[in-house]
Design a protein. Structure first.
Length: 364
């Protein structure tokens, strides 16, 4: 049974990546030609990311995932240093007012993606080590929350609220499943709501995103532009779509057509059937991920796989929700499909770890 789980999870991931390759070229070729005089610019870069990601996937498939416990703290410390360094002018690269990337010639690296993986590994190891002590406040609940709080502050300074919310969701679910008292988690959520309100409405562009989510036509040429164009793309596709490569919204109407809003282009070119197909693939990924979680050979593997599946699932739900106008704009890519170096590579690393956990469960 575990062998089937491994093949299915890996196969679903590969199919999603293939959809991504096709749609990245379709949605970016005209923009790439206009900006770089090379219609294959983004596709070629994405294929490089795929090669790097594939190498990382097979490495993590081959190395026993339990060895990650030995590097949990060093990896966490490295992530912390990188999150600090990226905030320093001249070291971190600033794009549209956000300082989230390191730039190495043609390759950008986003340290918050490494931080996501590092925190999931650390908390999975922490839960496995603490056992029943995880139910206590000072020895079980407080330490991982404090660690997350430090990282959350650094990520918010970039600023990147979407990643912070996604990581916070994963951490709280992992702690809840581990046996932490619901009262502790509920108290943390309630105490965090005023801070979340302040973070949203004290920053003009975040406040504008929320208002445009409520009614994008209040500012159709400003904050509501992306949501309106995304909905036009989805509505134009109908049931069967306008045809692969025939999108009109990618003709400089829909910003980030090959990144955050690639799901809208899928809906326009492949129609309702195409979007349902993508959603079904993610549902299959979740289903197979749950089977791996249930069959994990130890506590560390259980919570590690839980955290990885949760992170990919939550980001996919947020991205699709934003594209459909069901959620305010967050800036999270669609896992396996959107163009994006760091996020895509770490998605593939997650697949490698999940496959490794499944294989270890088969051959303990």
């Amino acid at each position: 049974m575990i062998r089937n789980i491994r093949i299915n999870l890996f196969t679903v991931s590969v199919i999603l990546m293939c959809v991504g390759v096709i749609m990245i070229y379709s949605s970016s070729s005209i923009y790439a030609w206009e900006k770089y005089k090379d219609g294959f610019f983004f596709l070629k870069r994405h294929l490089i990311f795929m090669l790097i990601g594939a190498l990382c996937t097979f490495i993590f498939m081959a190395v026993d995932y339990r060895k990650l416990r030995h590097i949990a703290k060093p990896l966490l410390f490295l992530s912390l240093i990188l999150l600090v360094l990226v905030l320093i002018p001249g070291i971190g690269r600033e794009v549209s007012g956000a300082r989230r990337w390191f730039r190495f010639k043609m390759i950008s690296f986003q340290p918050s993606e490494l931080a996501n993986l590092a925190i999931i590994i650390y908390i999975a190891d922490f839960i496995a080590r603490k056992g029943n002590l995880i139910k206590t406040f000072f020895k079980g609940f407080l330490p991982p929350v404090c660690i997350f709080g430090i990282f959350a502050i650094l990520i918010l300074l970039q600023p990147d609220l979407g990643t912070t919310v996604a990581l916070g969701f994963v951490v709280l679910v992992m702690l809840f499943i581990s046996g932490v008292r619901p009262a502790y988690i509920l108290s943390l959520i309630l105490s965090g709501l005023p801070m979340l309100y302040f973070l949203i409405f004290s920053v003009p562009y975040r406040r504008a995103r929320v208002m445009s989510f409520i009614n994008p036509w209040l500012d159709p040429k400003g904050s509501g532009f992306q949501i309106i164009q995304s909905q036009i793309a989805l509505g134009s596709g109908g049931i069967f779509g306008v045809g692969l490569g025939h999108s009109k919204q990618k003709l400089f109407y829909l910003p980030a057509a090959h990144t955050d809003f690639i799901f809208s282009i899928i809906g326009e070119e492949l129609g309702l059937l195409g979007t349902i197909g993508v959603i079904i693939l993610f549902i299959l990924f979740i289903q197979q991920g749950i089977k791996i979680i249930k069959n994990a050979p130890d506590s560390f593997g259980y919570f590690l796989s839980l955290g990885l599946v949760l992170m990919i699932t939550f980001r996919a739900m947020i991205n699709i929700g934003v594209s459909c106008g069901l959620l305010p704009t967050k800036g999270l890519p669609l896992p396996f499909i959107s163009y994006g170096g760091s996020s895509f590579i770490f998605d593939m690393i997650s697949v490698g770890i999940l496959v490794n956990i499944a294989r270890t469960g088969e051959y303990p």
